[in-house]
Every structure is written in C-alpha cells, then in structure tokens.
Design a binder for this molecule. Structure first.
Ligand code: SF4
Length: 891
C-alpha cells in the first residue's frame, strides 16, 4: 500500500454520513493531516460540514487498539486468527453453519463487506451476517424492493437542486446530512420560487428552510401520504399514461388510500386540515417534486409501509426517473449503500440478487466456486442478538460497530453478547462498550489508513485512500477477514493481495447479476488495472460493460419486477407498536446532533465538536416539563420499561407536547447513564426487521440531587458521582456533575474528584449557608483545574471557565477571576458555541444581531465570520435571527 508523503494531498471520502463528501487530506508527517473539501467531488464540490472539517482532530492514536488481544492479554496475529478460525470451525462442526454470525457495519468499505459476505454466505453456508445499517435504512431497502423490484435509489443530489418543490420527511437534513442541506439551501436562495415542506414532529434546524412545517404525530406518515394519494386521484392528477404503461396494482393502493379521508387524516396526524390542503396544493400543483426521507421514516414498525406510501404518490403522478423529481432516501452511514450492493444484509445475496431465488443462488455459488451457498435469509440484527441470548449463536464476530450501545434494548444486547460462547470484535478503538465483551480483539485500521471504496446516497462510488500508515499491528478489515477465511481452510478463494482485486471481483459479479435482471451493474469496472483503481474518480452506478448510454434510473420506465412494472402497494396506517399509557405517557424520539457521530468514538476527540452540545439532554415541551415538575437546565430521569437515563432537561417548544427527544450518542464512556438505546424497545417492522427507534413510551421525572457541580481539568475527569457527563475541551476535560448527600469535607471531595496530588496549590471559596463551594488548582500562577459546587445547577460560564485552561499566558485569567466563574464586567462572555469553525458563541451572536441590527445570516457572517466556513450552523443562526431580530424603529 502506497502512503502519501507529507505535504501531498490525498483525495479520499468522509467517513461519516451518507452524503459521501470528497475530502483532501494532507498528511503532516507527524501522524496528523490537514483536511479540506475536495472541489472536484460531485457530492460536495469542496464543501465540508463541521464534522468533516474537524476530521484532522480525530486522527491521534489515543485510545487506539494497536495489537490483537486474547482474554485481555496482547497476542500475535497468527494466534488470534487461528483462535477465531478454530472457534468458528468448531461451532460449525458441532452445531451447523447457522450457529455462527457476523454483525458488521456501514463503516466498512465495500471490499471489506464483500469478503465478509462471501465468507459467510458462500463458504460457511449461512446468511447470518447482518449490519448496523439494519437500524438505519432497512425499511427503505424493503420498500424499494416491493415497489421497484430492486433496491434502487432513483434520484441524485442534483434533483434536489432542480426540483421546484422539495418535501423533507423524517429527515433533519440540516444536522444529519449538512452538506446536502447546504446544497438545497443554496438552490433555494438562487430560485426563491422553490418551495420546501418539512414533515417532522419536531421543529428542527431543517425547518428553518421550510415554507410549511407539518408537525405530524409520530408514526402517522402513512395516513398523510395515503391522503395525498387520495387527493391525487380525486383532483385528476394521476398520470394515466405513465401508470398504464409502467405501474401495476394502482387500484388496490387507491382503495386503501381513500380510507384516509381529510377528517380521519387530520385526526390521525394531528395536522390542521388547512395545512393538509396547503401541502396537497403544493404537491399537486408542482411537476418537479422530490420527496427526501430518512430515519424518521425508516426507524418504525411501519417503516416499509411509509416508504411505499411515499413512492405510491410519485408513481401515481409519474414523477420518477426524470430530472428534479422522485422519492429519495438518504442513508445515515458512509457506506450503507455499498453494504447493500454486496449483500451485507441477512436477507440479500450479493450484487442485489435474491437469496430466495435458486437461479440467483446458483449463479453466485458458481461465480465464487464456493462449496456451499446459503439457501434462506439469515438472522436480522434484533433476532441475531436474541439468538445470542438464547445461545443458538455459539460464535459471533462483530466488525467495526458498537451494538452494546447502538442496538435497541442495548443492556440486553450487551448481556446477549456476554452470553455467547465466543465473541471476536474487530475495531480501531480499544475501549468501547462492545470491545469490553470480546474474547478476542482484532485491531483494525481506521479511516485515513484504509484503501477501498464507498457508495454514497446517490449511488456514487468513491475511493477511500490511505494517507497514514496503520499504527502498531492494525490491519485493514478485508485482510483480517481473508486471514480468518484462509485459516478456516479457504485460502485460495480469499487470496487477495490488495483491495483492487476484491473490487474487480465484486464488479465482475455485478455483471452476472445484471444478466439475472439486477440494475446494480458496475461490470465496466471489472477490468480496472491496479493503477486505474487507485485513480478511480467518483462514479455513479450503473456502469455496464456494454458502454450503453447511461440514462438516469427509470428514465425509460423500466422497473425491475419480472413484468418490468413498478408496484403501488396498498398500505394502511398502523400506530407505533407500543402505545403510551398512564405509566409511560410520553413518546421518546431519538436521533443525532449536529457535531457528534454515532457512539462518539471519533468526534468526542475533538474539543471543537464537543463544544456544540457538551452534555446529553432531553428536549421537552414547556407544558410537559411543568406538569412533571422539571425546571429548565435541571436534571431529569427518563424511564421506560427497560431502564432509565439521567439527562439535562432542555425545555423548548421545538418538541411537541407529548414527546421528548434524546440524542443517541452518549455512551457509558461519556456519561453516567445516558445510553438512550438502553431504554428503547426492540419491536421491528415485519417487512424490513428494522427496529422502532422513534416511538418508545416513557415517563419523565425530576432527578433531584443534593448538589450540582461543574469541573474542568487538564487531566481526564472520572467523577464517579450519581450524575456526570464529560467532554473534551481545549487543553483538558470538563464534567457536569451532580450527587446525593452533601460532602462533609468539600475540599477533600474536590481534590479527589480532580485527582489532585496532595501538594497541589489551591485557592478555595466556600459559602456553607448556601451550600456553595469553589476550588481552583494552580501551578506556576496558572489554573490547571477548577471545581464549582452548589445546591442549585451551577451558574458559571462554561466557555469562560473551560477557556481558562487553554488561554495564552497574556490573557489567562487569574485564579480569583476563574473562581468568580465569569469574566469581568468589561470582558464579553461568548456563551455556548454555535459556530464550531470560528468558535463563535450564542451571546456574541445575539449581541451582534441586536447591537448592529443584523438582519440575515450573511450579515452575521460578515460581522463575526460565523457560518462562513462549513455552514453547518447557518440554520441555528437563522433561528437566532428570528428570535432576536432588532425591532424596527417607529417612524
Ligand atoms: Fe462528512 Fe459532513 Fe459531508 Fe456528511 S455532510 S459526508 S459528515 S462532510
């Protein structure tokens, strides 16, 4: 593998969301790299969001797994590989191929995914390989297959820019796919006549762009789109010619849709009839419509029906396969699409072929020259871990993912992994909730060290290129998998020297799949030389070998069912699987925040990203908060039948009455008890197996500690109190703290919590009557740690106190000023970070809006720089403008 020389820019792809932005990484020769957007990449054209821009801050080796470990001791690769192979061989010999399983990840590269799938399905002979993409977009896959006869995303990112009307449903695009949101916002600014409707129970950063926000009741999307389909029929908007030639089963779909009358839909969705009519007017009156959907649609026990309800409206109007129109699923992970292409889901074969089809199975087995082939779907994620719990799975290999945190009923999943006889985990990170449960740890190369390809949400295959050498004994995932396959006796079939060889095989198999009717065809890439693979430019599939003109998908109205027609599905509203009750009266919605990614193993390394939201929280409507006795910024306990969380209450009317929102990111490494998936149930969609992650009945109650605290330190903080949440800051760590029982000796408590050596010089300030106490630790006149405690939530400026650790010599505040908890009267206090790129706080922005009469996001950028780099904070700037716009002076 050729690694770039220091100073040479390497074109690669961002490892976070499904937008799949191109990145230019320039290694610095010291293990780091500077990061910039790749102007030549079609997905982002040089843009990056806050997470992408901060990639350079996540490259250090702290926390990396650098050598194989067996039972906690360091081991040689040969020993670890042989042990994994032996335990899998023994389980298969004794209990059959279905007694073993792989749980893989949308973080894997396509080449990794391909060999994992080949090993399980063609050589072990089971389909027990599933992926964390099951939690993300399995309902879309099932919906696509039902409607189109294949898992095919019809649209491209350009379609969002060409559309006259964009519907965003179940998608906080501004935070979860920021660069795509920026492209849409730019298109909207260039064509103000473009209309945008956001369908989401919450008011999010994305709704800042909306002409109309439809805060529908959680889980009621089918009713909404059924009603829309009924309007399409009633208003004569069906494209009869298109439907006659290209669509089947419309009558049944229309009959189902007619059941959702205006009155019934208003009742089901909670939306006002006038808003419903306004939405229908826009949809019916606009030819170029794109409907973007994401996890808010997919993560539901009715997810597949929701997807088909959306697609039905596009099929009925013929708005598909043409520029600026179509249903468009955006994926959560960087290579969810690549995983779908190689068959990384337990119910897919490879190259979009079907396990249930004997001809498909024979074609794949013959191509692989494999001794066997799975003949039925394997265990989907939720079932897979249940099979571990009841010990049907004897050997489990988890690759590049953290199911002990990210699966619903995460606590039970952790127990299930623990119950499994043998667990191997490949990961780049040494200590995660899942690696703690492994018998064998296999050190995987990380982003920046791996070579391969990924496919983004609009079917563009991009190269991920290495720009750093793998540290220690870390190896790329494909190599680890092939080593195990070889040790299991299949060396010849897994004897790849480099990822280009795997990619060529994958591309060649797609050509065979195309002969069986699959649209996924990249056979034109099957003969790429190693050099051409290295240089491969972003390429949208299909790329068939015959070099036929590459039309957009479905431009010819040819769908992939045997008769060439798409299917409209009769779908009916089904409420979430579990209803609220007197004990659990609120609906818990889960999701992402702007600046963190998944379980924070990378983004939490960046102090800049951690500043945006430094603590787990529950968004709750003011009336629900008042009813529960929860004050703003206090702590709250969120409880479901499966457990409870302790998080900060964020009281806001952005979340509707009856719902709360808790982000998915905080693990036991970052907070005492904030693992949201530990309290989410595991009900799944009957078609896709995707769990319902956005409709868990819960209750909320105040968490009333005896005292609250806040601490900063140059050393890692491990508070061990009843509540804590920690984050990195420049030059150290911060922690929010709360505990029961007031300490008798505050000084000893503070010193223990900050792990201060006895000889540390400190200044202290105590106010026993009000239960207040403050301590600053000093070395050579500088504050190195500080602790604040109070009976009420601690009222100090976090940004000021945290900034004291990293302030330069000249501007470092004195210990006395740090203990005061905020800067002197003449020194501005920036407040919580809004713009991570330029470190601009909320107080600075509001002050500038009011003082300078700023009236738009661009003028904030001119005044403060905020929003002028990655642009991820622009929706929040717009929100601050709306809330604080300077009053117009009366004449
Ligand atoms: Fe990465 Fe952000 Fe682009 Fe997503 S939008 S691929 S997180 S830079």
């Amino acid at each position: 593998m050729t690694i770039a020389s220091p100073g040479d820019a390497v074109r690669t792809a961002c490892p976070y969301c499904g937008v799949g932005c191109g990145v230019q990484a320039t290694p610095d020769g010291r293990g780091g790299a500077s990061i910039a957007g790749d102007p030549s990449h079609p997905a982002n054209q040089g843009r990056l969001c806050s997470k992408g821009s901060a990639l350079g801050e996540t490259l250090d080796l702290e926390g990396r797994l650098l050598a194989p470990r067996i039972g906690g001791r360091e081991a040689h690769w040969d020993e670890a590989i042989e042990l994994v192979a032996e335990r899998f061989r023994a389980a298969i010999a004794q209990h059959g191929p279905d007694s073993v399983a792989f749980y893989v990840s949308g973080q894997l590269l396509t080449e990794d995914y391909y060999v994992a799938n080949k090993l399980m399905k063609g050589f072990i002979g089971s389909a027990n390989i599933d992926t964390n993409s099951r939690l993300c977009m399995a309902s879309t896959v099932a919906g696509h297959r039902r409607a189109f006869g294949g898992d095919l995303v019809p649209g491209t990112y350009e379609d969002l820019e060409l559309a006259d009307f964009v519907v965003l449903t179940g998608s906080n695009l501004a935070w979860c796919h920021p660069v795509l949101f920026q492209r849409l916002a730019a298109a909207r600014a260039a064509r103000p006549e473009m209309r945008v409707v956001v369908i989401d129970p919450r008011r999010t950063a994305t709704t800042e762009l909306a002409d109309l926000h439809l805060p529908l009741r959680p889980g009621s999307d089918v009713a909404l789109f059924n009603w829309l389909l009924g309007r399409i029929e009633a208003e004569g908007a069906v494209d009869t010619d298109f439907v006659t030639r290209h669509v089947a089963d419309m009558p049944a779909a229309l009959a189902a849709a007619r059941e959702d009358t205006l009155e019934r839909t208003a009742l089901t969705t909670g939306l006002h009839p006038s808003d419903l009519r306004a939405f229908a007017r826009l949809f019916l009156g606009t030819e170029r419509v794109v409907t973007v959907f994401s996890q808010g649609v997919n993560q539901s026990t009715a997810g597949t029906d929701k997807v088909n309800a959306i697609i039905n409206c596009h099929l009925a109007t013929g708005r598909i396969g043409r520029p600026g129109m179509g249903p468009f699923s955006v994926t959560g992970q960087p290579n969810a699409m690549g995983g779908r292409e190689v068959g990384g889901l337990a119910n897919m074969l490879a190259a979009h072929l079907a396990i249930e089809n004997p001809e498909h199975r024979a074609a794949v087995q013959s191509f692989w020259r494999s001794p066997t082939i799975c003949d039925r779907p394997g265990l989907k994620a939720v079932d897979l871990f249940e099979a571990c719990a009841d010990r049907r799975i004897k050997a489990l290999w988890i690759m590049s993912t953290n199911p002990a945190v990210s699966m619903p009923r995460a606590g039970d999943v952790a127990e299930a992994i623990r119950a499994c006889d043998f667990v191997a985990v490949s990961d780049a990170v040494a200590d995660t909730d899942t690696t703690r449960l492994a018998n064998v740890l296999l050190p995987a190369a990380a982003w920046g060290e791996k070579s391969g390809t990924v496919t983004n949400s609009d079917r563009v295959i991009s190269r991920q290129r290495p720009f750093l050498p793998p540290p220690g004994r870390a190896r790329p995932d494909w190599r680890i998998i092939c080593d195990v396959a070889a040790a299991m006796g299949w060396r010849a079939a897994f004897d790849y020297a480099r990822p280009a060889e795997i990619f060529r095989e994958h591309a060649a198999l797609s050509g065979i799949a195309a002969r069986h009717g699959a649209a996924f065809d990249i056979s034109a890439l099957a003969d790429l030389s190693d050099a051409a693979y290295e240089e491969l430019s972003p390429t949208r599939w299909p790329v068939p070998r015959d070099d036929a003109p590459r039309e957009r998908l479905f431009a010819d109205g040819a769908f992939r069912h045997a008769d060439g027609r798409a299917r409209m599905l009769p779908v009916h509203h089904r409420p979430p699987a579990v209803a609220t009750s007197a004990d659990f009266p609120l609906i818990l919605n889960t999701g992402r925040v702007r600046d963190h990614w998944h379980t924070m193993t990378r983004t939490a390394k960046s102090a800049r990203l951690s500043r945006h939201l430094a603590e787990p929280y529950a968004e709750i409507h003011p009336e629900d908060a008042a009813a529960a006795g929860i004050a703003a910024a206090s702590l709250a306990e969120v409880t479901s039948p499966f457990g409870s969380l302790t998080v900060r209450a964020l009281v806001t009317d952005r979340t509707p009455r009856g719902s709360i929102f808790v982000p998915m990111h905080w693990t036991s490494l970052w907070a005492r008890k904030a693992l949201v998936d530990s309290i989410v149930g595991a009900e799944t969609d009957p078609h896709s197996g995707q769990p319902e992650s956005k409709a868990q009945p819960v209750r909320i109650a105040p968490f009333r500690p005896d005292w609250y605290g806040f601490a900063v330190s140059r050393s890692v903080l491990e508070p061990g109190t009843a509540y804590w949440a920690r984050a990195r800051i420049a030059g150290g760590w911060q922690a929010e703290i709360a505990d029961n029982s007031i300490p008798e000796d505050w000084s000893a408590t503070a010193r223990a919590l900050l792990a201060l050596p006895c000889e540390t010089e400190v200044v202290e300030l105590a106010d026993p009557s009000r239960g207040g106490y403050r301590l600053a630790a000093i070395r050579e006149g500088r504050v190195t740690a500080a602790f604040f405690a109070s009976r009420a939530p601690v009222a100090v400026s976090r940004s000021f106190v945290a900034g004291a650790l990293s302030a330069d010599e000249a501007s470092a505040p004195s210990p006395g000023v740090v203990l005061a908890g905020r800067p002197g009267r003449d020194v501005p206090e920036p407040g919580a970070t809004v713009c991570a790129c330029f470190d601009v706080g909320v107080n600075t922005i509001v002050d500038a809006i009011l003082r300078e009469g700023l009236s738009d996001v661009a003028s904030i950028g001119e005044a403060l720089g905020a929003g002028t780099n990655c642009g991820s904070c622009r929706p929040e700037l717009a929100s601050l403008l709306a809330a604080n716009r300077a009053p117009v002076a009366a004449e």
